[in-house]
Design a protein. Structure first.
Length: 366
């Protein structure tokens, strides 16, 4: 059942070219300029005219929501707020009929997310779901939604569900933007082509597995690790840190790289590994300075960079080169090496990667 892989997590990481492909299949055809999510068809105008989009989720799904915030705001010019379901539901939130709520959940059973949906629904909001498990509680509680079609995710650490969630949310944003006219036709068409190319680029990242295993060997005994990214790669830093801490039990934190100087920089010495997600995008030059700041304090830098990068290659202790892509789609690609890095470190530390201590696949307790 593990398809020849040692763990479900590794199998699921390696499934991603296919799971993202399955998620896009029948919905996207870049050649024909076709993009359609049947599940939200009747709600397109409602979303397009929304005053605000509220994204509600927990854990890794919340990180997918953060990526979606950047994408929706950029493409659709609709204000977005991303909420932890547990905080939203307990604080008497301001929400009403003009709000569209997108609830993201792999399992479709997370108790806090379900309760947050019921609360927003009782106040008149329109609720859309982005879930993986067909027929689970959250899709049944929403007005409409789109499944991620990633297939069953057995490993407790979410991997292929995360990339499928971002894929669906990106398609939603592109559909709305096209309807709203907030993206130039040429930009829209190019993004469709870029999205269709993601599964092949993810496959190229998987080819880096052996190289990443060697890097893991060097850092497996670390007791702390910092993950830094900016822009679209900031949520990827959070996700990289979560993956490491939950399966290897190494304390890890993700931060927006620019926030480093407001606190975390104090942690940096020769024993501190810092993972930068530093692909070529609008914030590249800024993150190069952040890398210099870490190197000046003798931190160990592992950088995920765009293929052919020479500037960061000259400063970092290790680089992991991933294929170039439109910056809005980069999280789908840059997260792959981080999943592999956590996996190998956890295996080398003798951890139970598929069932980490104290964690459950569906969190049905509040
Ligand atoms: C992390 C992880 C959890 C879940 C969270 C939400 O790898 O799996 O953080 O993402 O418990 O679960 P769902 O998406 O099922 O609502």
């Amino acid at each position: 059942e593990k398809g020849g892989y040692e763990h479900f997590m590794l199998k699921e990481i390696f499934e991603q070219p296919r799971s993202i492909g399955d998620c896009l299949r029948g919905r996207l055809n870049a050649q024909e300029g076709h993009l359609h999510l049947g599940g939200i068809h009747d709600y397109i105008n409602k979303i397009k005219n929304a005053d605000r989009i509220l994204i509600i989720a927990c854990g890794t799904s919340w990180h997918a929501g953060l990526v979606a915030e950047y994408i929706f705001e950029e493409f659709c010019r609709i204000p977005v707020e991303v909420e932890y379901a547990s905080e939203f539901r307990y604080r008497n939130p301001v929400v009403g009929e003009k709000d569209v709520v997108i609830a993201i959940s792999q399992s479709g059973e997370t108790a806090d997310t379900l309760a947050a949906i019921e609360l927003a629904k009782s106040k008149g909001a329109t609720i859309l779901g982005v879930c993986n498990v067909v027929g689970s509680s959250i899709p049944r509680a929403t007005h409409a939604g789109s499944y991620t079609h990633a297939g069953p995710e057995i490993g407790v650490a979410s991997t292929k569900a995360f990339t499928a969630q971002i894929s669906v949310l990106t398609m939603m944003a592109l559909m709305i933007a096209n309807k709203k006219g907030t993206l130039k036709e040429s930009v829209y068409r190019n993004l469709l082509i870029e999205l269709e190319a993601v599964p092949d680029k993810v496959a190229k990242c998987l080819d880096l597995n052996a190289q990443i295993e060697l890097i893991a060997e060097k850092y497996k005994d670390a007791s702390n690790c910092l993950y830094l990214g900016r822009g679209y790669n900031f949520p990827v830093a959070l996700e990289g840190a979560l993956k490491l801490k939950e399966i290897s039990y190494i304390h890890a934190e993700g931060y927006p790289a620019a926030e480093m100087k407001h606190g975390p920089i104090a942690l940096i010495d020769e024993n501190m590994p810092v993972v930068f997600i530093a692909t070529k995008d609008g914030s590249y030059e800024k993150i190069v300075s952040n890398i210099q700041e870490v190197k000046a304090r003798k931190g160990q830098v592992i950088a995920v960079v765009t293929e052919g990068d020479t500037e960061i290659a000259a400063m970092a202790d290790h680089i992991i080169e991933v294929p170039a892509a439109h910056e809005a789609l980069m999280p789908l690609i840059s997260v792959i090496p981080l999943q592999l890095l956590s996996y190998h470190i956890a295996v080398m530390r003798g951890c139970n990667v598929d069932q980490p201590r104290n964690l459950a696949k569906s969190v049905t307790v509040e």
